[in-house]
Ligand binder design. Structure first.
Ligand SMILES: Nc1ncnc2c1ncn2[C@@H]1O[C@H](COP(=O)(O)OP(=O)(O)OP(=O)(O)O)[C@@H](O)[C@H]1O
Length: 305
């Protein structure tokens, strides 16, 4: 009997980051002025999953704020794909941008004066985004009280910014950013202007909202103390994600550990750390060899692996 065998159905790869809350796929942002062109993001890839708290680190000028502005919907990529909770950040209309900024992301800036309003008390300033969103009065009051309580600043409810410490101001700023229940909370150096003890308090507040409210948090920091306390730290270099440190929690019988990974982009490119390149004088060309469970990189002079 003649049996017809059909070829297997083609395998469709799931889209990059299909299950992530934040997807940056080859994101490019070029700033152009009359005389110069700055490539602030040069094909950056980043995935953040719902419920994560990650730190973004990198030298000054590496592109951290540019990335945060893209994710906040205040700046648009020049090329690439950027999505948050299914919202396409490339080519959003004005009204989509307004909706996105009000309901999908919350943003805490380094200077509390940019997050708060000098003549409004903590309760009033948390109430503001809720009022703009048209939330009923009773619900606004309840939500405001809950957030101030969660962030440990209930005692500041009737105080204006000048009557609060720097740490209290930033914790109220976090409450403002969370008022409308955003899917993603972004914080750009929120502890940058604080002494180390107060910075630890503010960072503890970010951990609380991540744990208690399940908020996904991306925090830019220069503070090694802060980046040492999160499960994943992503390093940006020259507008690209270059490495990640993943920390495991202490568990029964196993101490906490941290492992550093180089990030490979979707074309297979990996950046070798400068000290590795210098140690083996690796320059323009290297030789690659596939071993059973690793890949070898050797200098093209044949010595050193
Ligand atoms: N509006 C702009 N116009 C022109 N160039 C810009 C603009 N914003 C940022 N840049 C440039 O883009 C690059 C990345 O800047 P960005 O502010 O994202 O870096 P950063 O990592 O946040 O630095 P820092 O830690 O100092 O805040 C820098 O070279 C910067 O000069």
């Amino acid at each position: 009997m003649f049996v017809l065998t059909l070829p297997a159905a083609p395998h469709h790869d799931l889209a990059f980051g299909h299950d992530a809350l934040v997807v940056c796929d080859n994101v490019v942002r070029i700033y152009q002025t009359d005389t110069i062109e700055v490539q602030a993001l040069q094909g950056l890839d980043l995935l953040v999953h719902e419920g994560e708290l990650i730190a973004l680190v990198g030298a000054s000028g590496s592109g951290k704020s540019t990335l945060l502005n893209v994710l906040a919907g205040v700046d648009a990529p020049t090329a690439g794909r950027a999505e948050v909770a299914g919202h396409d950040l490339v080519g959003m209309s004005r009204s989509e941008q307004v909706h996105y900024r009000r309901h999908v992301v919350g943003f805490v800036r380094q200077q509390a004066s940019l997050n708060l309003v000098p003549y409004l008390t903590a309760s009033q300033v948390v109430d503001l985004p809720l009022t703009i969103a048209g939330v009923a009065r009773r619900e606004r009051r309840q939500r405001t009280a809950e957030l101030l309580e969660l962030l440990g600043v209930s005692h500041c409810a009737d105080r204006r910014p000048v009557e609060m410490s720097g740490g209290e101001q930033q914790r109220v700023s976090i409450a403002v950013a969370l008022a409308n229940g955003p899917r993603l909370l972004l914080a750009d150096e929120p502890t940058g202007e604080l002494d180390s003890e107060t910075a630890a308090e503010v960072f503890a507040a970010l951990r609380t909202v991540n744990r208690e409210l399940g908020a996904t948090v991306v925090v830019v920091t220069h503070d090694a103390e802060v980046s040492g306390q999160v499960a994943r730290t992503v390093a940006i270099r020259d507008g690209r994600t270059s490495s990640e440190v993943v920390r495991s929690q202490e568990s029964e019988g196993a101490p906490a550990s941290a492992e550093e990974y180089a990030v490979m982009d979707r074309a297979g490119r990996v950046q070798l750390p400068r000290d590795y390149r210098e140690a083996l004088a690796l320059t323009r060309r290297v030789r690659l060899a596939l071993a059973e469970d690793h890949v070898e990189i050797r200098s093209d002079r044949g010595e050193g692996a």
